[in-house]
Design a protein around this ligand. Sequence first.
Ligand code: ZN
Length: 179
Amino acid sequence: MAVREILKMGDERLLRIAQRVIEFDTNALHLLVSDMFDTMRAVNGAGLAAPQIGVDLQLVIFGTDAVNPRYPDAPLVPRTVLLNPVITPLGEQEEDGWEGCLSVPGLRGLVPRFSRIRYTGLDPYGDPIDRTVEGFHARVVQHECDHLIGKLYPMRVRDFTKFGFTQVLFPGLDDNADD
Ligand code: ZN
C-alpha cells in the first residue's frame, strides 16, 4: 500500500508527452499500478494517469466497483488499467460535462468531449483492450488519456463562465476539502 503524491497543475511534468510502455507483466509495472489504485482510492478519484504521480509512461487507470462520492450521479465504469491507449472518436458528436481533476484541486469546469469513442490499448500483461463506449465512460477515458499528451482539462474548457470552485458551483457535493 503506497499512496503517492499527486502533482498539481503548474508542474512541468504534467505537460510532457508520455513514453510508451515497452515491458509488460513486470514486478515494477504491477507495483506502479497497485500504487496508482491506492492513490486514486485515497482521494476518491474517477481515474488517474501515471504522469500525475510523476511517472512518464502511457498508463492510465479508471473506473470503480462502487459509487464514487465525488461523482455520485455517474454511471459505473469498469475498473480498467490501460497502457499505450489510442482513442478514435466515433462521429462528430460532442457533449458537455462537468469535470474535475486531482491535479487541479477544488475546481470544476464544463468540458466538451466526444460522445462516442473506440479505445484500444494493452493491459499490464500485454493483452489487448478494445472497447466502444459512450457518455461518462467515454469522458473519463478522454480526460485520462489527455494527461498522456500534456493536456489538463482547463485547456479544453471553451466557456470560462462554466469554470470555478467546486464548493461554489456545487455547494451540496461531498467533495474532498483539498480536491
Ligand atoms: Zn485529471
